[in-house]
Design a protein around this ligand. Structure first.
Ligand SMILES: C[S@@+](CC[C@H](N)C(=O)[O-])C[C@H]1O[C@@H](n2cnc3c(N)ncnc32)[C@H](O)[C@@H]1O
Length: 197
């Protein structure tokens, strides 16, 4: 079962979503100001738009047809934007191309048998000094515990996934709340900012 069959369009539900605080923090903390960025699982393009406004060139990847439609409305004065309508595991990440890779709330949806290769490709895609900003679901997240095709990681696994990157920030939080459709959800989220030396 694919993610598309398991869940409604996130982009359709969240078209007003703003920039993720972890991304703003990552830019502040690393001092990264511009360059070429890859937004994996861009959804409703809240982070893409923020990066374009900051002056980044942005390549977005998302298989959701709603995201493809929304991409037509993403414009930027000076920056360049491209959209790939596919799953990241089917997309060739160009080696040594990116000063920033953003993978917020998307890694849990990548099939288990593809995640190590995608992680290696992300590392290869970063230039020296490049930054990765990403989140995972932890093993106690209620979507992970459910029979949905959504994968959780232990803190140890998350820390070891991106071989060759140095950790800048690692945070874990857990709380009972709601998902984007208003259903009760136990959130167990791991947050990472890493840099390529
Ligand atoms: C929970 S949303 C997060 C969207 C955005 N990153 C954010 O934080 O608002 C997950 C997004 O990842 C996309 N997605 C799911 N599986 C994917 C895959 N294998 N490769 C790329 N994107 C994927 C979905 O279509 C959806 O837009």
């Amino acid at each position: 079962m694919s993610v598309g069959e398991a869940a409604p369009s996130y982009a359709a539900l969240c078209d007003t979503r703003k920039t993720h605080p972890l991304l703003a923090y990552a830019l502040r903390r690393t001092g990264l100001r511009t360059g070429r960025a890859l937004d994996i699982g861009a959804g409703a393009f809240g982070d893409t738009r923020y990066l374009l406004d900051c002056g980044f060139d942005v390549d977005a990847v998302d298989p959701d047809p709603v995201a493809t439609e929304l991409a037509k409305g993403v414009v930027s004065g000076r920056s360049r934007f491209t959209m790939v309508a596919d799953e990241i595991q089917n997309h060739r990440i160009i080696p040594d191309a990116y000063s920033l890779v953003v993978a917020l709330h998307v890694l849990p949806f990548i099939p288990v048998d593809a995640i190590d290769r995608v992680a290696d490709d992300i590392v290869s895609g970063l230039r020296p000094g490049g930054v990765l900003c990403c989140t995972h679901f932890g093993v106690r997240d209620s979507w992970v515990i459910s029979d949905l095709p959504i994968n959780g990681v232990t803190e140890r696994r998350a820390a070891q996934l991106f071989t060759g990157l140095q950790p800048i920030y690692f945070g874990v939080s857990e709380h009972d709340g709601f998902d984007v459709e208003g259903n009760p959800k136990h959130w167990h989220v791991l947050r990472q900012v890493l840099i390529k030396a």
